[in-house]
Every structure is written in structure tokens, then in C-alpha cells.
Write a protein that binds this ligand. Structure first.
Ligand code: ADP
Ligand code: MG
Length: 392
């Protein structure tokens, strides 16, 4: 089963590209589900049909689903939120403010991705296409399982032991409610669930496509997304340049736009390296309905196979060096040396690119290893470790 994610700035054509791709797949005989995790659902508009929170059949082998993220959120976060609210309440925080404080920004979409995991597990589909929320949110949420992992691996076992031992004393002494067993269970379950989503999305069958329009601000954001997605280990196997003005019969106004877009498209072609760039013209009307969406996708992919598995290595790799050390490589396309920071904290390697941070938990064999070299060259961060005698 293949998983394709479409992301990009608001309004660039994510929903249209996702829906068009799904339509093409179903027409080729693949059992296909296209689901949106973006709270601003518009798959129903793209297909011009009623779509619910469960997979709805809109054509042969083609199902559409708009995930009810609120419901997902309550099921996974409800117990944890209840506990956090009781803590804030005991600290005298107004209940309405407390509720707002306990809703993590972007969390709804993270939890909507649990639906993707469930659908992937069901074995019903050859292809699942995900219409994601705009770039920033998606990136933040994609990073979350790892942040939670860090907490779970390092802090949670200790905290849980402490709470179990000291809970009666702490509650009496501080007057602060201590988490009950169901809260811990909910955190543990959420952690396991998000880990599965992450494994699915960074696995060899999943890839991300960046949708952009030929405008400089949009392209700048797409480049940042590529860096960040690579930092988190997601494969990007395509860029879609949408809404390209056709040049035929141009008046002065159109000629100017065509020239401007063409410069930006040259830049896109030069800068995204080996990632294929699919181009889609600005059509004379909105591509709505199965037939229009199929035509949109056929023109965009222009004979390429949009369902091929991504080739090439994962953006984060670790391997033995000839000299017996270990090399860790992390692709960071477009990142600049002075925006990248590397730090070692106990068993973790912390890579920061601008405001994005990835904590790479080092395998046991590297815990005592010494970093002998770290360099960013041609868009790849290379860190070399020398194994100390007691680490081997
Ligand atoms: N190439 C195109 N030509 C004409 N209209 C388009 C094209 N791509 C998208 N649209 C229209 O633009 C609007 C926004 O597209 P949509 O796919 O919903 O963007 P997003 O999901 O990124 O917000 C929709 O009304 C869609 O039908
Ligand atoms: Mg959309």
C-alpha cells in the first residue's frame, strides 16, 4: 500500500492535486481512499458530492473521507486534557481559559492522522492520498510524535515511578491533583499511536509532495518545507507547480505574468535538485468533479507514474565508516551553515535548523562515542562518531 501526502501554502491547489491523483489511481484499478486532515475540508467541493466522516464512495474504487478531527481529538486527548484542566483549576485558572490552554495548537490534525493509520491497517486500500493542512501546521504536527517520544523515553518512566510513590504525600502537601492511572494510560496509548503514524509516514511506501504556485513567497516557503521535512526524515518525491499562466495570445498584462512565472519556474527547476517538478496550467475553470480532476492530473503528471515508490535513501541515515567509526547523514536541502546548530545532550543529538529542532536519539553503540567531525556540505549534514574503547 502506498501513501501520498500533499501539502503547501493555503490555496495553492493541494486539495485539487490530491483529488486528481486519487481519481487517476482509481481509474487505473487501484482501491483508493483520499482523506483530508485539514480542518478546512474541501474534498466534498472538489468532487462536488456529499462526503462524510467515514469513507464515502464517489466513483468506482474511489472513496473520500473528511476526518472528524474533533472526535479524534476527544478520544485520544480527552483524559489528558481533563487532568491538565484539573491542575489549572486547582491553580485558580478560569475554566474557559484552562480549556483553551489545554488544546495544543495543531494537535487536532495530528490526531486526525490516526485515522490514516487505522485506514492503512485495514488492508482495504492500495493507495491512500492525504490532503494535508497548510505547511506550517503540518510540519509542527509531524514533529510532535518525536517530541513526545523524547519525553516518554526520558521523563515519563521516572515521573510515573515518582508519582506512584509520592502521590498520597504530594496531593496532601501541594493540594495539586496528581494524574490517575487512566491519564498515564492515555499518554502511553497516544505515544504508541503517534509512533505508528510516524513509522508509516517515514517508511518506504510514503512520500510527500509539495504543491506551490510560481510566486516568490510561495516558493520560499516550499524550500523551507523541504528542509524541515528532510530534517524529520520524510521523503519528498515531487513538487507540483500549479496555476501556470499559458502564454498563448498574451496581452501586456499576461505577458508580464508569464515572464515573471517563467523566471521563478527556472529557479524552482534549478533549486529542487533531483526532485521531479510537475507543472499544471491555470485552467479556464475550477477543476471540479471526477472528469475534470482526472484531466487536471493527466496534464500535471504528463506520462510520469505518480504512484512509483520513492527511490533513493531516506533523508536520515546511519552507517559504519571504513575506519570503524559511524557516519550519520541528514539531508538538509537549502539549509545554510550558520542556520544549523548541532548539540549533544547525553544520549541525544539535537539538530536545529532555524526554529525547527530534531532530537535524534543515538543508538546504544553511540552513547559513549565522540563526535569527531560535523559538516554541512551540498545540503547534507554529516556527523562522524569515533567509537571509544568501552563503546565497542
Ligand atoms: N490549475 C488550476 N486552474 C484553475 N483553478 C484551480 C487550479 N488549481 C486549483 N484551482 C482552484 O483553486 C481553488 C483552490 O484550490 P485548492 O485545491 O482548494 O487549494 P488548497 O487545497 O491548496 O487550499 C479551488 O477552487 C480550485 O478549484
Ligand atoms: Mg484544501
Amino acid at each position: 500500500m502506498r501513501v501520498l501526502l500533499y501539502t503547501g501554502k493555503g490555496g495553492v491547489g493541494k486539495t485539487t492535486a490530491a483529488a486528481g491523483t486519487a481519481t487517476t489511481a482509481a481509474a487505473r484499478g487501484m482501491r483508493t481512499l483520499v482523506l483530508s486532515t485539514d480542518a478546512a475540508h474541501s474534498l466534498a467541493d472538489a468532487f462536488d458530492s456529499l462526503v462524510g466522516a467515514e469513507p464515502t464512495e464517489v466513483d468506482e474504487r474511489l472513496f473520500v473521507q473528511q476526518v472528524d478531527s474533533q472526535r479524534r481529538f476527544e478520544a485520544s486527548w480527552g483524559a489528558i486534557q481533563g487532568y491538565l484542566m484539573s491542575v489549572l483549576d486547582s491553580a485558580g485558572v478560569d475554566p474557559i481559559a484552562a480549556e483553551e490552554l489545554t488544546v495544543l495548537p495543531g494537535a487536532e490534525e495530528v490526531l486526525a492522522l490516526l485515522e490514516l493509520r487505522d485506514q492503512a491497517r485495514s488492508g482495504e486500500w492500495d493507495l491512500i492520498v492525504v490532503d494535508c493542512a497548510p505547511t506550517a501546521e503540518t510540519l509542527r504536527l509531524l514533529a510532535m510524535p518525536e517530541a513526545l517520544s523524547w519525553y516518554m523515553d526520558r521523563v515519563f518512566p521516572m515521573e510515573r515511578r515518582l508519582v506512584r510513590t509520592f502521590k498520597p504525600v504530594l496531593t496532601r502537601y501541594t493540594g495539586m491533583p496528581m494524574p490517575e492511572q487512566p491519564v498515564f494510560d492515555a499518554i502511553e496509548r497516544l505515544h504508541a499511536d503517534l509512533g505508528e503514524v510516524r513509522d508509516l509516514l517515514t517508511g518506504p511506501d510514503a512520500s510527500v509532495r509539495l504543491v506551490l504556485t510560481p510566486e516568490s513567497v510561495v516558493v520560499a516557503e516550499a524550500r523551507r518545507s523541504l528542509t524541515t521535512l528532510s530534517l524529520y526524515g520524510y521523503r519528498v518525491d515531487g513538487v507540483i507547480a500549479n496555476r501556470i499562466f499559458p502564454s498563448a495570445g498574451a496581452d501586456a498584462w499576461r505577458r508580464q505574468w508569464v515572464a515573471a512565472q517563467s523566471n521563478i519556474l527556472d529557479d524552482v527547476a534549478a533549486s529542487f535538485g533531483s526532485v521531479p517538478i510537475w507543472r499544471s496550467p491555470y485552467r479556464s475553470c475550477e477543476p471540479v468533479g471526477v472528469a475534470e480532476l482526472a484531466a487536471f492530473a493527466a496534464e500535471m503528471y504528463a506520462g510520469d507514474d505518480p504512484f512509483a515508490r520513492p527511490t533513493g535513501a531516506s533523508p536520515v541515515r546511519m552507517e559504519r565508516d571504513d575506519d570503524g567509526g559511524v557516519r550519520l547523514e541528514c539531508d538538509l536541502p537549502f539549509a545554510e551553515q550558520d542556520h544549523v546548530d548541532l548539540a549533544r545532550h547525553a544520549d541525544d543529538l539535537v539538530v536545529t535548523v532555524d526554529s525547527y529542532r530534531r532530537v535524534i536519539a543515538l543508538p546504544a553503540v553511540l552513547r559513549n562515542a565522540v563526535v569527531t567531525h560535523a559538516r554541512l556540505a551540498s545540503g547534507t549534514l554529516v556527523v562522524r562518531f569515533a567509537l571509544t574503547a568501552d563503546a565497542v
